[in-house]
Design a protein around this ligand. Structure first.
Ligand code: AMP
Length: 214
């Protein structure tokens, strides 16, 4: 099973991908998580990427494609992969096509999370994430049992730097300009399934399962 979860920031891709990848036994490959890890461990990639991430801009395609090429070549990605937050530009989608072809693999489906913009802003600005296990909470919609502490692993919750209102607006603009054209790209190839991204985590998960016939 090779899937792409596509949608604007705050649509719930990461939350669903984390749980479903675990359930299906395939790796969740999130370029955002990989970049944040590189920033935390202060690698050269991390310091280059941080400049873009802090502004809410996309990291250059060649950097991202290099990361993905290396990740897809690892043994655990042979049986399948759930791509979350990649591809984000037409150039990345074309690079993914080439990479999969070289590996003798194909993309099975692209799940698009459809969420109205006002809801995205509310979700992103109220989001808090666990530093340790990346589980996402929301101050109003899904608060943790104890303030600032992850229910899952006890890790510290923090607000991502790019979840401030100003950066969120830019991320949504960047999405509309650079990522939304992927909808036509995949629709044209008959790979796109649209899922309504509003509702409870469980009802959205059921819609994804229905869309995939699992
Ligand atoms: P995310 O966690 O997916 O919202 O990603 C956070 C930030 O990482 C984005 O705003 C971009 O700066 C960067 N990023 C993540 N994935 C990509 C990608 N596929 N292409 C370019 N930049 C990315």
């Amino acid at each position: 099973m090779r899937l792409v979860f596509l949608g604007p920031p705050g649509a719930g891709k990461g939350t669903q991908a984390r749980a479903l990848a675990r359930e299906w036994g395939v790796p969740q490959v999130s370029t955002g998580d990989m970049l944040r890890e590189a920033v935390t461990t202060r690698t050269p990639l991390g310091s280059e990427a941080k400049r873009y991430m802090d502004r809410g801009d996309l990291v250059p395609d060649d950097v991202i494609v290099g990361l993905i090429a290396e990740r897809l070549g690892q043994p655990d990605a042979k049986k399948g992969v759930l791509l979350d937050g990649f591809p984000r530009t037409i150039a990345q989608a074309q690079a993914l096509d080439r990479l999969l072809e070289q590996l003798g693999q194909t993309l099975d489906r692209v799940v698009y999370f459809d969420v109205p913009e006002a809801e995205l802003v509310r979700r992103l600005t109220g989001r808090r994430v666990c530093r340790r296990c990346q589980t996402a909470f929301h101050l109003a919609y899904a608060p943790p049992a104890r303030d600032g502490v992850c229910d899952r692993c006890g890790g510290e919750l923090y607000q991502r730097e790019d979840d401030s209102e100003r950066t969120v607006r830019n991320r949504l603009e960047v999405y509309a300009r650079q990522t939304a054209p992927l909808l036509d790209y995949y629709r044209g190839r008959g790979l796109l399934s649209t899922v309504g991204g509003e509702g409870t985590i469980e009802t959205i998960r059921q819609s994804i399962r229905r869309a995939l016939g699992t």
